[in-house]
Design a protein around this ligand. Structure first.
Ligand code: SF4
Length: 707
């Protein structure tokens, strides 16, 4: 029997069908080493992907049994080898350490760094443990590095988080504006859908804004290869022209928004000649983009890390939303600002309160009423939840540097590869007095820094829900046994909670009971999900929120043009660009931008072990424009040392006109286990957006030295 589930890689959230290795009367599927493997195909009945999958989803089963952590392990100090222990021994040590650390250093010395790979149930129980029972908001997730600028942009402009669009909008738009996203490689199934529609409909316009000529840009009618860091100039320049030409929706602006007058003043100072010069594009191309924005009835924008991973990430998100508000392109089919999520369940994490400044049900830590609602629901005394946001991902690193962290619990993520400024990150991790690392895989780069290793069950081995970028929730059932004594993340958190004395708060029979509790906290909230129970998901299949009990799923938000602000109006916000946090200069004259490759996923814990994908992308290279290569005497394949103010790497050169002059590109996937000096995050810096706390992983200044 085939099991319907969701791909556990990216936020596109494609439906999968997994069939067992041995089917009566048929040969058993086996990998190269002879291990039986499950057959995985696209699920044609899943409404988000209609049976389509990319190479990652198609090969997922090949990674499931390799390099698994099967039993808890411990050591007293980092220079000792790990020894195998029982769960009881490991949990006793963890609980003892949490108790003494809280007593000696206070509740805020406990931190958890989680993951968009969690299922919603894992996220929810972690919030209850940390923010409720342990009284610290120090839970953050790797989603902080991925989409926290989109979260703050949506909250500030529209009154709450939540992408208002759905995938059907890809086939209903007149103009798709893709900025800071290599959708073709990073969200391939979404892009295929858009590409097919675009090809069939000659009147539909596709604009791509990216300093690289990516596969996404190659499909565009207009590619704006702007200089890194000039996104706000470009968008204000488009707004300037729309205003000047009268291509704005005055009725929408008057009735549904506030703040337009101040915004109009700011965009006045972005005339086309200045903007074109700043961005490094032609005035004609800028005008063309503005004309297509203004003349199209329905404009859909898509973005991901190019806007989010920036020291002005929130400002960039809000500047893009401004364009939608001034042209009335929101709350209707084929239109709206649609952020693409990186991780498979970063969306579910947002719903469950899985960042240091939020609480379940799209509530805010800083909002007193929100705190009281959650405390009451969790059976805690008023005042249990701290009114201040906890430490964000990079602040945890700083906390380690300042000896303010006594227990660091890392789960389902690999910060020793994915954090910025890796030399500094690793030095901070070495200072941690006690690190718990809970993961499915071993070895990993981060395991090197742990005192206790806890084996986690992963996708296919535990039952839970995940929400994809179009707010669609899919039930992902367990259909294979977990290896060794690995357990679901939520079960581990709940067991620790019970051992800390919170028996009642963590008395759950199974993950269905966890979800049943969580969805009550979404009642009458923007992410309402009481109509999305396991029972309904089993019967009806994947469902989008908002969906009230007994109600119908809503594919789009804000169709009534009422936003989640107190007065129901969306907010314009005006920003001038501050540019890159670390612009190029005489010593470091190039801008390094980092990103993902089509086949690989994050830090290679899975895709690095899949032969087909390894053959597709065998090594990390650095993309250099031929003009720059010639000036520096770099030839194709030559090793190039790349140095920033923080560290250095070495990559073979890939000379290509797909990158703009003065900019170089390296993939972010390779950690210390996979190559000699190919960790791109050795070079990046942690300067972050002051509102979202999302570091500017996308750009830093480097110099190139041929070796
Ligand atoms: Fe999985 Fe994303 Fe590929 Fe879909 S596009 S199969 S969700 S990795």
């Amino acid at each position: 029997m085939a099991h319907k589930t969701l791909c556990p890689y990216c936020g596109v959230g494609c439906g999968l069908e997994a069939s067992p290795p041995a089917v009566p009367g048929k040969a058993t599927n086996r990998d190269k080493e002879g291990r039986p493997i499950w057959k995985v195909m696209g699920d044609k009945s899943h409404p988000s992907s209609l049976g389509k999958v990319c190479v990652k989803g198609a090969t997922i089963s090949e990674s499931l049994d390799k390099n698994r952590l099967k039993t808890p392990m411990m050591r007293e100090s980092l220079d000792e080898p790990f020894r195998q222990v029982t769960w009881d021994e490991a949990l006793k040590r963890i609980v003892g350490k949490i108790k003494t650390t809280r007593l000696v250093q206070g509740p805020h010395s406990i931190c958890m760094y989680g993951s968009g790979q969690f299922q919603t149930e894992d996220y929810y129980i972690a919030q209850k443990l940390l923010k409720g029972c342990l009284k610290t908001n120090n839970f953050d997730a790797n989603s902080r590095l991925c989409m926290s600028s989109a979260v703050s942009g949506y909250i500030q402009s529209l009154g709450s988080d939540g992408p208002p669009c759905c995938y059907d909008d890809l086939e209903l738009t007149d103009c798709a504006f893709l900025i800071g996203t290599n959708t073709a490689e990073c969200h391939p199934i979404i892009f295929n859908r858009l590409r097919v529609y675009h090809k069939k409909n000659k009147d539909v316009k596709l604009i791509v804004v990216d300093p690289r000529k990516t596969q996404t840009a190659e499909a565009a009618d207009l590619h704006l290869a702007i200089k890194p860091g000039t996104d706000i100039d470009l968008m204000n320049g488009i707004a300037h022209l729309l205003h000047q030409w009268g291509l704005i929706d005055s009725v929408f602006i008057d009735e549904q928004t506030t703040g337009f007058v101040d915004y109009a003043q700011v965009i006045e100072s972005y005339p086309p000649e200045l903007v074109a010069r700043n961005c490094g594009i032609s005035v004609e191309d800028l005008q063309q983009a503005a004309r297509w924005w203004g003349e199209s009835k329905r404009v859909l924008s898509l973005w991901s890390m190019g806007l989010n991973q920036s020291s002005e990430g929130t400002a960039k998100n809000r500047t893009l939303i401004n364009l939608h508000l001034m042209t009335g392109n929101i709350g209707k089919p084929g239109a709206g600002p649609f952020s693409l999520t990186g991780q498979p369940n970063a969306m579910g994490g947002r719903e469950a309160g899985g960042l240091a400044h939020i609480l379940p049900g799209y509530r805010l830590v800083k909002n007193e009423q929100h705190r009281r609602e959650v405390e009451k629901f969790w059976g805690l005394t008023p005042g249990s939840i701290n009114p201040q946001p906890g430490l964000s991902a990079w602040e945890m690193i700083q906390g380690l540097e300042q000896d303010r962290v006594g227990v660091l619990w890392i789960a389902a993520t690999n910060p020793a590869v994915s954090m910025p400024d890796l030399e500094r990150t690793k030095a901070a991790l070495l200072r941690s007095p006690f690190t718990i690392y809970q993961d499915a895989y071993y070895p990993t780069e981060t395991a090197e820094f742990a005192h206790v290793l806890l084996p986690a069950a992963q996708w296919s081995e535990k039952t839970g829900t995940m929400t994809n970028s179009e707010r669609r929730v899919t039930l992902c059932p367990a259909f294979r046994p977990a290896p060794g004594s690995a357990r679901a993340d939520w079960e581990i958190f709940a067991e620790v909670g019970r051992r800390l004395g919170f028996e009642q708060q963590f008395d759950f029979a199974d993950s269905e009971a966890v979800r049943n509790e969580f969805i009550q906290l979404t009642a009458h909230r923007p992410c309402e999900q009481r109509g999305i129970t396991y029972e309904i998901l089993r019967k009806e299949g994947p469902r989008q929120w908002p969906c009230a009990e007994g109600g119908e799923p809503q594919p789009r938000m804000y169709t009534d043009l009422r936003f989640n602000t107190p007065d129901g109006r969306a907010r314009f916000a005006a920003f001038h660009s501050r540019g890159l946090a670390e612009p190029p200069d005489g010593e470091y004259p190039f801008v390094l931008t980092v990103g993902r490759l089509y086949g690989h996923w994050h830090t290679l814990t899975r895709t690095g072990r899949i032969d087909k994908i390894q053959k597709m992308h065998p090594e990390a290279t650095i993309e250099v424009h031929p003009y720059d290569a010639e000036k520096l005497g770099i030839t194709e394949g030559m090793m190039v040392e790349v140095r920033s103010r923080r560290g250095w790497c070495r990559f073979p050169a890939k000379i290509t006109k797909n990158i703009t002059k003065g900019t170089v590109f390296a993939p972010m996937h390779w950690g210390a286990m996979w190559g000699d000096r190919t960790e791109a995050n050795m070079l990046t810096h942690p300067e972050a957006c002051p509102t979202s706390g999302q570091p500017e992983l996308k750009a830093c200044a480097v110099r190139l030295i041929p070796v």
